[in-house]
Every structure is written in structure tokens, then in C-alpha cells.
Design a protein around this ligand. Structure first.
Ligand code: 3H9
Length: 674
């Protein structure tokens, strides 16, 4: 069956797209729309048309899988031009998500009707692009510069009601009755003339709005190419006639499309979705039902983990050993929710709604009715094994038993139970209520339906789940430790923490290795013996320089947690360097990249070869969502491709690293990580 079908409802021509899953505007859809517009024009008996979609959404955009391939006509802009040029009115009937090219098709129509649950937007900027089929020119003409900037350069969609207020939608339809309402609307306006065309309107210049917008979002846009191009196009819409504005939009679109940033961002779009799939777990695996979750430990991690479920409307029982720790933990959760409400991120009533789903308790026995139990206690194998032994006796049959460990062996933890198939790792990243990554650690005996369920629940609590095999540090921390070791070693040749950190923040990371240590706590994993000073870290810890929480770590901090280089740390580093017998020498920024980032790629290749990650793109997703690797560089493995694998191998060899066989092989064959 054709993806575009047409039918006549009296004198109204109803054009329907049926291109699952999201009605992307691929070649067949464009051809079908183009042909339908010809039919509308050629048939005297037809007075108006409705464009609508079957399935879960109105067109969700251009078909991203076509990008980078040879173009197949007609071009989306030509189709939209033809719709707008029609001398019979065309109504877009919108449900679901009218995004990108889908939004642009709607704006090319003369009228738009949407159900209240629909959203409309131009998220191209999130793919390193801009709306390339008139979105930057029509939105400012219909809704003004301020909203156009917001929609195009930030990329978040807006609800139908707001779109109506702004002039992007003409009418709201009744939920469940869109087709009927759209046809009735088309009948109503069938003879209205002149036809409203967005391209014929004027966009009012608003230089102040543009300046304010740039200033407000400078930090957010740092490093990205696409936001500035989006802004320039919106500005052009206020200055140039429509045709010239369209030409400018095209030119800027093509520049972005050919660039490495958009390739990286599109890679991550698909990588994120691919990560949800587990090669040997069928998509139709029957899931276990998760109605109630138990969390053990009300510290920073346990509290953050619990908030994810509460926010998704899933009741949580949280267990602590002492009443004061329990009160403190739940108090912090409440404070976090209240903070979000004060900032307008959640509705005020959401605070009580979430906290009302929380049952604090001091008894593990209260977890007996939980479908999923997540342990977030002290990182100690004996402690965890004892706990899992107890859970084995308490949890109901079929309950999933998860550990939030960041490096311990899940198989050994599972061996403390009589049901290792029900045991899995769920490694959240701090702050657990904010960071999107969820490493799902698959034990040797973890059942497939347990994995499938945990992946699904991960998505439900708005995380990006990625599967990792059992190895120390799993995917993320295993690579991180390579970076940290190299950074520490460079201190011993005279590089400073601030120099090393700056190379990382210039690269686009939110912070460098030493800033990260200070944030996480320099004392994490420290032996706590002040007389045993074997490393710079030991020396810092012995002096109470535990990081931001003590206002002193690798940096000194003022009361607002603003860092400054520490003369004392410089002394400590110098003492260790002198003792080590290393000569002091200059370290170039290039060397810092080669010695901190290349070893991460090397470790990534080992992780891949060992099957600890399913695919290179999963590693990229881990680093984007767990550690803030800049999305415009596509994650470490994608970045390695752009850097050139042969160059990476040469750099590793230069600095005395043993190169992973997989990396070496790919470099020699001129291949890339897929
Ligand atoms: C654009 O429009 C450029 C124009 O301005 C200019 C042209 C000249 N193409 O996310 P889901 C696939 S750029 C191809 O899991 P959800 C997706 O990969 C585009 N495929 O579902 C997945 O495949 P699989 C601007 C697409 O319900 C499946 O659909 N538009 C596209 O959580 C389901 O997706 C956007 O950036 C696409 N455009 O969310 C919108 N979109 O099942 C991008 C999705 O094999 N899309 N797929 O893994 C989205 O934001 C979400 O998919 C959406 C649904 C909200 C629509």
C-alpha cells in the first residue's frame, strides 16, 4: 500500500500519510504529497484539502536516515512550496509530535488545527542542524522573533495551546475527533480568500530580543555551531524578502549538514536508540511488571535513585539503618523537589504527589512486596553479599534484585542468592535524579526478561540505559580510570591540575579530571590512614583536602565554591615530582589530549573486543550521558574516527602505551568504529 492515500469527503480532499513509526518525510511520502497536490489542483470538484497522518504522530520530521545519501526528489521545500502555492486551502490536522520538517509542512499549509495533546517544534538544532524547509523563515513571520529563536535555537517543542496563542495554530480540535474537526474546518474556510500564506507575512525586526537571547544562552551554546546558525537565519527573516531568506537558510543548512558536529549529533540520536536494543534479547520479550520499587540506602545515591521512580509515579519504599539517616535522606529529597518547584521546573503540587508515594522504613522486611529492589549501600563486597543473602529470603519470587555498585562484580553479588537470574546491576550516575545514563550490568546468569524489564523501566524513568558486561568499573569508570591515571602521571612531569583541566573544558567537557575529583570527593576509595602517604592523593587526603565539600582539594574554593589554583597543592606536587626523580618539563595541550583521551579510546577498544559493550556507539552514549562528553564530538569512539585511528595508534605508541589489538587492526585496515 502507498504511504500516502487520498479520499474524498464530498468536496474535501483528505490526504493521509501512513509511514510508521513516526511518519518521517521520506522520499515516498514526499512523492505522495506532491502527487496529491497535483490531483487537488486538477480536480474542479475539490474545494479544499486536509493533510493528516495515521499512527502515533503527525510527520515527526525529515527522514534522518536519508541524510548524507544521494537526494531523491522531490525536495521537501518544493513539496511545501507547492502546498502553500495551492489556490485551494489546505489544512494540516496535527496530533502527536509535529517536528522539524513535519512542523514545516504544517506551516506551509494555509491553516492548522491540532488536538490539545499535540506538540509542535523544530528540534533540528539537537541534531546539529536548523529547520531547512522554511522553519526559520516562516516561524518568525507567524509568531515573532522571540518565539522563533526559542523554538529553533533551543529546539524544545511547544504544546498546541501555546502554539495557538502564538499564532502558529489556528484552532484546537477535540481529542479523539481530529479528522472530523479538520474536515469541518476545511469546509468552513473552503471559500475564504485571500488564503493566508506565512511566506507573504512580514517578520518584525527585534535586535534586542536577539541580543538578549544570545546573552542568556551563551553558556548553553558554548562549542556548538548550530545555535548561532539558527539565530542568524531568524535574524535574516526580519531583514530579507522570503525568497532570499530561504536561500540564506539553505546555505546555512548545507554548511551544518556537511559539518562534523551534525554528523556527531545524528550519530548520537541513533546510538541512543540502538543502545536500548540487546542483540540476543528479543524485542517482544515479556516484561516483569514493576508496580513498586524498594531502595536500600537513603544517602545521596539512594535518594536520587528513589526520586527517579517517584517522579514517574512509581511508589518507592526506602530503607535505612538509623532513623536520623532516614530522616536526613528523605529531607534532602523533599528539599530537592521543592527547589525544582521554586525554579518552575515542576508544578508545586508535584512535590507532595511525589513525596506521597514514598514509604520510609528501617526494616528490610518491608521490601517483601517490591517488584524491583535497588541496593545503594557502601561499596564493599562483603556488605553487599550479606545484604543480597537477606534480600533472597525477603523478596517475593520474581522480584528483580539490583545493585547500584559502580565497580564490584555482579556475578559474585548474585552468588549470595539462590536466584542469580534475578540479579542485575543498575549503575546510576551522580546526581542520580539528574544524570541520564543508566549502566545496566548484565551478569553471567541475569535472565533475559530481567534485562528487558530493566531497560524498559530505565526508559520509563527517562534514563538512557546502556548494557555493560561485568568488568571492573564497567564501561564508563573503566575508561575514566585510564584518563585519571594519565592525568596523575602528567602532574609528575610538571603539568598543573589547572592546565590539564583546561584542556578538557576547552575540548567541551563540563570539567577536567581534577575538577571532577574535587566534586566527587578526593577521599573516595582512600585508605584513611593519614600516616601512609604514597601518592599526591594520599597527601591531599591526609591534609583534609577532600575536595569541594572541604573547600579544598586539588583547588582552593571560596564560600561560593569558586575554585582557584592552590599554592599548597603545587608544593605537594613538586615534592612528589622531585622525589620521583622525574625531570620537570613543559607539557603541551596536544600531549594532554594524546595522553588522557587516546588511552580512553584504547580502553574502549578493549571493552569492545571483550564484548563488555555491545557496540562502539554504546560506549559513546555512556560518555555523553554519564560524563558530559560534548555531544557535538559524538562520544569517544566517534571522535576517534574523526581524529583518525592511525593517528591515535601513533600517539599511544609515542607515549609508550600498549595498543589494543582491535584498535591497531582497524587502524591498519583503514577502518573506523561502526
Ligand atoms: C528535519 O526535519 C530537517 C528539515 O528541517 C529539513 C529538511 C530539508 N527519521 O524516538 P523513538 C525512528 S530533521 C528517521 O524511539 P518515541 C527512530 O530512530 C528531523 N527515523 O520514539 C526509532 O527507530 P527504531 C527533525 C526516525 O516515541 C523510531 O523512529 N525531527 C525519525 O520515543 C521510534 O523513535 C526530529 O529531530 C526521523 N526523523 O519518540 C524528531 N524520528 O525503532 C526526531 C524517529 O528503529 N524524533 N525515528 O529505533 C524524535 O524526537 C522522536 O523519535 C519522536 C518519537 C518524539 C518523534
Amino acid at each position: 500500500m502507498s504511504v500516502i492515500t487520498t479520499e474524498r469527503q464530498g468536496d474535501i480532499f483528505v490526504i493521509t500519510s501512513n509511514n510508521p513509526p513516526v511518519n518521517a518525510l521520506g522520499a515516498a511520502v514526499r512523492q505522495g504529497l506532491d502527487a496529491a497536490m497535483d490531483e487537488l489542483a486538477g480536480d474542479e470538484s475539490l474545494k479544499a484539502a486536509v493533510i493528516r497522518c495515521e499512527g502515533r504522530t503527525f510527520f515527526a520530521g525529515a527522514d534522518i536516515t536519508e541524510f548524507g545519501k544521494a537526494p531523491v526528489g522531490p525536495d521537501l521545500r518544493q513539496v511545501i512550496d507547492k502546498i502553500e502555492a495551492s489556490d485551494k486551502p489546505v489544512v494540516a490536522a496535527i496530533h502527536g509530535t509535529a517536528l522539524g520538517g513535519g512542523c514545516e509542512v504544517a506551516l506551509g499549509c494555509h491553516y492548522r488545527i491540532a488536538i490539545p495533546s499535540a506538540v509542535i517544534g523544530t528540534p533540528e538544532v539537537k541534531l546539529g542542524l536548523l529547520p531547512g524547509a522554511g522553519g526559520t523563515q516562516r516561524i518568525p513571520r507567524l509568531a515573532g522573533v522571540a518565539l522563533a529563536l526559542q523554538m529553533n535555537a533551543i529546539g524544545d517543542p511547544i504544546p498546541a495551546a501555546k502554539a495557538k496563542e502564538a499564532g502558529l495554530i489556528d484552532r484546537l480540535a477535540t481529542e479523539g475527533q481530529l479528522a472530523e474537526d479538520a474536515i469541518a474546518f476545511a469546509r468552513e474556510i473552503a471559500y475564504a480568500r485571500p488564503l493566508p500564506r506565512a511566506s507573504e507575512k512580514q517578520a518584525k525586526p527585534d535586535p534586542q530580543a536577539i541580543e538578549d537571547f544570545k546573552a542568556k544562552n551563551a553558556r548553553r551554546f558554548k562549542g556548538f555551531d548550530a545555535p548561532a546558525a539558527n539565530i542568524a537565519c531568524v535574524e535574516a527573516a526580519t531583514r530579507l524578502p522570503f525568497e532570499e531568506g530561504m536561500a540564506f537558510e539553505r546555505q546555512e543548512f548545507m554548511k551544518l549538514m556537511m559539518g562534523v558536529q551534525s554528523a556527531a549529533q545524528r550519530h548520537i540520536f541513533f546510538a541512543e536508540r540502538k543502545a536500548a536494543k540487546i542483540d540476543d534479547v528479543p524485542e517482544d520479550t515479556k516484561l516483569r511488571e514493576i508496580r513498586k520499587v524498594g531502595v536500600i540506602g537513603a544517602g545521596t545515591m539512594g535518594g536520587g535513585i528513589s526520586m527517579n521512580f517517584l517522579s514517574a509515579g512509581i511508589p518507592v519504599t526506602i530503607v535505612e539503618m538509623q532513623q536520623d539517616a532516614l530522616d536526613r535522606g528523605t529531607g534532602v529529597m523533599r528539599k530537592n523537589y521543592e527547589g525544582s518547584a521554586a525554579k518552575g521546573r515542576i508544578k508545586p503540587e508535584a512535590v507532595e504527589k511525589a513525596m506521597g508515594l514514598l514509604t520510609p522504613t528501617l526494616s528490610l522486611d518491608d521490601l517483601a512486596d517490591c517488584d524491583l529492589i535497588i541496593e545503594a549501600v557502601y561499596e564493599n563486597m562483603e556488605v553487599k553479599k550479606e545484604l543480597f543473602g537477606k534480600l533472597d529470603a525477603i523478596a517475593k519470587p520474581g522480584a528483580i534484585l539490583a545493585s547500584n555498585t559502580s565497580y564490584l562484580n555482579i556475578d559474585e553479588i548474585a552468588s549470595a542468592t539462590s536466584r542469580p537470574g534475578d540479579v542485575v546491576g543498575m549503575h546510576f550516575f551522580s546526581p542520580a535524579n539528574v544524570m541520564k545514563l543508566l549502566e545496566v550490568v548484565r551478569g553471567a546468569k541475569t535472565a533475559k526478561d530481567v534485562l528487558a524489564t530493566v531497560m524498559a523501566i530505565g526508559k520509563r524513568i527517562k534514563k538512557v540505559p546502556v548494557v555493560s558486561g561485568v568488568c571492573p568499573g564497567f564501561i564508563g569508570n573503566r575508561m575514566l580510570s585510564q584518563r585519571q591515571q594519565a592525568a596523575n602521571a602528567m602532574l609528575m612531569q610538571g603539568a598543573t591540575p589547572q592546565q590539564i583541566d583546561k584542556v578538557h573544558t576547552d575540548f567541551g567537557m563540563p570539567m577536567g579530571p581534577f575538577q571532577m575529583s574535587d566534586l566527587a570527593g578526593v577521599d573516595i576509595g582512600w585508605h584513611r590512614d593519614e600516616s601512609r602517604i604514597e601518592s599526591i592523593r594520599d597527601a591531599l587526603c591526609a591534609e583534609g583536602r577532600w575536595g569541594q565539600k572541604k573547600q579544598a582539594g586539588f583547588y582552593d574554593y571560596d564560600e561560593n565554591r569558586r575554585p582557584s589554583p592552590s599554592p599548597r597543592v603545587a608544593e605537594i606536587i613538586e615534592e612528589f615530582r622531585a622525589k620521583s626523580g622525574n625531570d620537570k618539563r613543559d607539557t603541551s595541550d596536544e600531549e594532554i589530549v594524546e595522553r588522557t583521551l587516546y588511552p580512553m579510546v584504547n580502553e574502549g577498544a578493549k571493552i569492545l573486543a571483550e564484548g563488555m559493550a555491545q557496540r562502539a556507539s554504546d560506549i559513546d552514549v555512556v560518555w555523553i550521558y554519564g560524563y558530559g562528553w560534548p555531544v557535538y564530538r559524538g562520544g569517544p569512539m566517534f571522535w576517534a574516527n574523526t581524529e583518525g585511528l592511525a593517528k591515535i595508534v601513533a600517539g599511544l605508541e609515542k607515549h609508550g602505551y600498549e595498543v589494543a589489538p582491535l584498535l591497531k587492526e582497524k587502524a591498519e585496515k583503514g577502518e573506523r568504529f561502526a
